[in-house]
Write a protein that binds this ligand. Structure first.
Ligand SMILES: [Zn+2]
Length: 565
């Protein structure tokens, strides 16, 4: 349950440990307290759950109703629970009814707990006596022993690990026309708060709006993220005009929304947290929402168009390109999981998605590797660089002047939070023309014999030129390209002249015969550039080619030969 270490009691008195339950349950009823802190209401400090006790009651003589009658009562209660907007985390069947629990993810105070608990009791018309935070509730999978001759096994009938948050409880109970007195679920924006909200995902605009404007303390937010220099939210110097006296305050409307209000006649700024942030950042409303969510470590996904755009891309690479753009497919099919992962990561890490052509997201290589279930950061990085070379994705170079200033500031702020460099990418729409462009790049990658395994700035620059290398590796942009190794070139030209072909091995042999040290890395890095300069191609030896070049070895090695013979 929500409480990892509940206090167990027998017959409402004696405390026992969890291990002793079975022993005592032979004679006694076993209870626990869902919340933490003690056995009395005033001792509870940690609120773990809301609960309702749906009890069939007793007849006029004080006897329990028949099990049949109770069963019909339970069925109707369960139907009501199942129809309720927010699924309870646990429902326990007892002899005389049902206990339902809704867990609490955040830290809340007694005042707010009591308000929502009361709203639950009212909605379900449950036992009015059962609404104390220290209420003793029946332990599931134990026997009801009030009638020792007819024990009843109390079992779990519903279990659900969905995480519900205070904001949604409030919204839901309000939708049910249950009055929740205006309250301030005061959430300070502290690191602790961040972790509590880490996995929260808002799916609708309303949800995220309620959360930001009603649950987040604007005062705390402004102090933390905009260095608001103020002691009290009741009076401080306005941040939107040159305020000599304290003209601004923050107050709560009847609907529970916090508003910033400037009393100065010349300024008079009035707005909720989203509007405040939009003005401070000079950005759109939706960008302000994204900004706030990001700061609070919560996610908000509303943009269906963005989702469709990304899913269309995935379908295109999965289903279409193997027929329509074969060269591209041939080069990337082994690395499709990485490309897919990047799309799914984009979905969750969108920085900007203004329209279908402008989708920017961030992800560290490590994060992409982890998403793929790999530890191999290097390989994943090479996959990404290959996609980038092929123009399937673009790395955003923050130092590039063509990147708009608005992006830059936003992205830099975004990265400021992180200790490591987080890459920023954009994904184009994979329409036919775009894929044709990628396909052309793929052809060249094949022709130039550029191997993904040895993808470096140098090898890309050698094969495609510095501009392309800058595009693929913006983080090491402008790195000097080493000139082609003269001895390697000499070795290759000599072998070509003598035999009409060479292999990696024959080059190695040439080095050995001339007492030179052969560096495999140099060979791998420089071969694409040499192939381009000498107009070579790489082919697998066939019987015919072996005859032609008089190759006696038994295998079929890769041969480097002149393109036009
Ligand atoms: Zn003002």
């Amino acid at each position: 349950m929500g409480n990892p270490d509940p206090i167990c009691l027998i017959d409402n008195k004696l405390k026992i440990s969890v291990n002793e339950i079975n022993k005592y349950n032979k004679k006694y009823d076993i209870y626990f307290i869902p919340n933490i802190g003690g056995t009395k209401s005033k001792d509870i400090t940690d609120f773990k759950a809301f609960f309702v006790d749906l009890d069939c009651g007793r007849d006029e003589n004080g006897n329990y109703h028949s099990l049949n009658k109770v069963r019909r009562f339970k069925e109707s209660c369960l139907a009501k629970i199942d129809n309720f907007e927010i699924k309870p985390n646990v429902v326990i069947e007892t002899r005389n009814g049902l206990h339902a629990y809704w867990f609490i993810m955040e830290k809340i105070d007694y005042e707010l707990w009591a308000k929502i608990e009361n709203a639950f009791v009212e909605h379900f018309n449950s036992d009015k006596k059962v609404k104390s935070p220290a209420n003793q509730m029946r332990v599931p999978n134990t026997f009801w022993m009030k009638d020792k001759d007819n024990p009843f096994f109390c079992k779990i009938v519903r279990i659900n690990d969905v995480k519900n948050y205070i904001a949604s409880y409030c919204t839901m109970l309000k939708n049910e026309k249950i009055e929740i007195p205006a309250s301030k679920p005061k959430i300070s924006i502290t690191p602790k708060y961040k972790s509590q909200y880490k996995r929260k995902m808002f799916k609708s605009y309303k949800e995220v709006f309620d959360f930001i404007t009603k649950s987040v303390s604007m005062f705390d937010y402004l102090k933390k993220y905009y260095n608001l220099d103020a002691v009290s939210e009741k009076s401080f110097r306005c941040i939107f005009h040159n305020d000599k006296k304290a003209s601004a305050d923050i107050f709560k409307t009847d609907s529970g929304i916090e508003l910033y209000y400037c009393h100065s006649a010349n300024c008079g700024f009035t707005g909720n947290l989203i509007q405040v942030v939009a003005k401070l950042e000079d950005c759109s409303r939706s960008k302000a929402i994204n900004k706030i969510c990001e700061n609070l470590n919560v996610k908000y996904e509303e943009n269906i168009e963005t989702m469709k755009f990304l899913l269309d891309n995935i379908k295109t690479i999965d289903d279409d390109i193997q027929y329509s753009h074969k060269d591209l497919y041939g080069v990337i099919y082994r690395y499709l999981p990485t490309l897919r992962a990047l799309h799914f990561i984009a979905l969750k890490n969108i920085i900007y998605a203004d329209n279908e052509k402008d989708l920017i997201f961030s992800a560290s290589t490590n994060y992409v590797a982890k998403t793929l279930g790999k530890n191999d950061k290097k390989n994943t990085g090479a996959d990404i660089s290959l996609f980038c070379l092929l123009k399937l994705i673009d790395k955003i170079d923050l130092d590039n002047d063509t990147v708009s200033e608005c992006y830059k500031q936003y992205i830099k702020r975004f990265q400021g939070d992180r200790d490591k460099y987080v890459n920023v990418y954009s994904i184009p729409q994979y329409n036919y023309d775009k894929l044709s462009e990628c396909n052309e790049m793929a052809k060249q990658v094949k022709e130039k014999n550029l191997r993904k395994k040895h993808f470096t700035y140098e090898s890309v620059a050698n094969a495609f030129g510095a501009d392309t290398a800058d595009r693929v590796f913006p983080q090491v942009k402008g790195k000097r390209v080493r000139d082609i190794d003269e001895y390697l070139l000499y070795a290759i030209e000599t072998l070509l002249e003598k035999y009409g072909y060479f292999t990696e091995n024959s080059v190695r042999e040439f080095y050995r015969e001339n007492d030179k040290y052969f560096k495999e890395n140099t060979f791998i890095k420089q071969i694409p550039a040499i192939m381009q300069d000498l107009d070579l191609k790489k082919v697998k030896a066939s019987k015919l080619l072996k005859e032609k070049y008089n190759i006696l070895s038994s295998g079929y090695p890769y041969l480097y030969i002149k393109k036009v013979i």
